[in-house]
Design a protein around this ligand. Structure first.
Ligand code: AMP
Ligand code: GLY
Length: 456
């Protein structure tokens, strides 16, 4: 190579390096970001509130959002499953980062649709979201990589499932394979119930095509803990633990719901449990997904049961929990955009994830009759009581602005009233006090959210 050519190359190399550095600096320093959040529940409101706190964000959009989210973001009338419209909106409005809150679009491949257009998006792609989308996949993964979980069998033929039940120990747990709004799990105490359950799931298709395959698994007992984490494909950072209350009525009676309230941290998530999960569950799951060619970037939600034989994985979700997000995100000290970008860029190892040394409790205010049938359209009064109150949040799950400009109920779960406190008991007292600030017709809540704290 001639000397002149070599010099030219060196100069080009320098310019190139400078450009990269400049761009990296630009990315780091950006404080004018436009963010789009996809979803419409309390979880997305909690995400939006965290994004609004970020020093890096100038404008927030939410598709489709709700009345509460509309107070901090511009809601756009695009459904979470309208991938083409979401992508077109992100392009037209030069969105710098899209955050997917919900499971359905993730499992359906919304991240792939954004990435195909070169758009930055937070969440797992379709290949990775199967961790939540198929219970049979996640159980097989855990078996293959020795991640502790309940013993199980999978079936795609109802006759074989019925045959298997004859020798199985009761109670037993039946799970429809696909997404079923958290309702595709049946706990059966007798053989008759279990047989009826197999028929409901696989033959009557009560949960639709989610029931083409099913998992039958051992019934476990113990306390449940939810652990959310950020994942960048290789590195996993654990958030503060939480506990949900899935049943509709006090004393864990009634039907399963999306979640009636949460507290964080869970006093039952001890140092020993944490050490065990760090050794056998968290990194093992991330590594297993990578080894399967399904590199996971986004949120992994570990639903754990603390059994006598140690912690076991009940389920994985590929997104924030709802209402877990409402108690975990308000306690996070980091700028959420920094953390999400690190997940996308594979630099999560450089993030020091930190949570406040306090507690939070969320009590869901629902429409009486949820999760079966309930009325909507009642005016929600008292929302202004939350304005400028530090440590109190009223996350909207099912609300909308009516024609008269009033905020009205628009779902089974209406609001997530959340309060922080120095400890769990204080947070619980604060949250229940704040539930009194709100009024709407048919307001319903559980009165024992966080009761377990007293047994810790
Ligand atoms: P999942 O959607 O898999 O988390 O199941 C919903 C709920 O069903 C869990 O939160 C548990 O309360 C219960 N559950 C699921 N699997 C089991 C199991 N193997 N043993 C006992 N309870 C279970
Ligand atoms: N709260 C449980 C869930 O989000 O699946």
């Amino acid at each position: 190579m001639s000397e002149a050519l070599e010099k030219g190359n060196r100069v080009r190399q320098l310019i190139w390096t400078f450009d990269i550095l400049k761009n990296t600096e630009n990315v780091k320093r950006r404080t004018d970001m436009k963010v789009l959040i996809v979803g419409s529940g309390g979880r997305e409101h909690a995400i939006a509130a965290s994004v609004a706190k970020s020093s890096r964000v100038d404008k927030i959009y939410c598709a489709p959002g709700n009345a509460g989210i509309g107070q901090i973001a511009e809601c756009v009338p695009i459904g979470a499953m309208e991938f083409d419209k979401l992508v077109a909106f992100a392009k037209e409005n030069q969105i710098d980062l899209t955050i997917i809150g919900m499971d359905d679009p993730l499992v359906g491949g919304v991240v792939d649709a954004f990435e195909a257009e070169g758009l930055r998006v937070f969440g797992p792609n379709k290949a990775a979201a199967i961790l939540e989308g198929s219970k049979a996949f996640s159980k097989d993964l855990m078996k293959k990589y020795n991640i502790p979980t309940a013993a199980y069998e999978t079936f795609d033929d109802p006759e074989k499932a019925l045959e298997y039940l004859k020798t199985a120990k009761m109670p037993i747990v039946l799970k429809a394979d696909g997404l079923a709004l958290g309702k595709g799990v049946l706990i059966c105490n007798t053989l008759e119930e279990a047989e009826a359950g197999v028929k409901e799931i696989m033959m009557d298709k009560k949960f639709g095509s989610a029931g083409n395959h099913m998992v039958i698994e051992e019934f476990m007992t113990g306390r449940e803990v939810s652990v959310l984490s950020f994942v960048d494909g290789k590195t996993i950072k654990i958030m503060s633990s939480a506990q949900d209350h899935k049943r509709a009525k006090d004393g864990d009676q009634g039907l399963n719901t999306g979640g009636m309230g949460t507290f964080s941290p869970s006093p039952f998530y001890t140092k020993e449990v944490d050490e065990f999960c760090k050794k056998y569950v968290f990194q093992a799951t991330v590594d297993a997904m990578a080894a399967e060619g399904r590199t996971f970037k986004g949120i992994i939600f570990f639903g754990l049961m603390l059994t006598e034989d140690g912690p076991k994985v009940l389920e994985y979700n590929a997104r924030f929990g709802d209402p877990e997000a409402q108690v975990v995100l308000p306690r996070m000290k980091n700028d959420v955009i920094d953390v999400m970008e690190a997940c996308i860029d594979g630099t999560l190892d450089q993030i020091d994830l930190q949570f406040e040394d306090n507690a939070a409790v969320c009590v869901v205010l629902a429409s009486d009759g949820y999760p079966v049938s309930y009325e909507k359209g009642f005016e929600i009064k008292g929302l202004e009581n939350f304005e400028d109150k530090d440590g109190y949040y009223c996350f909207h799950a099912g609300s909308k602005l009516n024609e008269e400009g009033k905020i009205v109920t628009n779902g089974g779960r209406v609001l997530g009233v959340t309060a922080k406190g120095a400890d769990l008991k204080e947070a619980r007292a604060n949250a229940y006090a704040a539930t009194e600030w709100i009024d709407f017709a048919n307001k319903y809540m559980r009165h024992d959210i966080g009761k377990a704290i007293d047994e810790a």
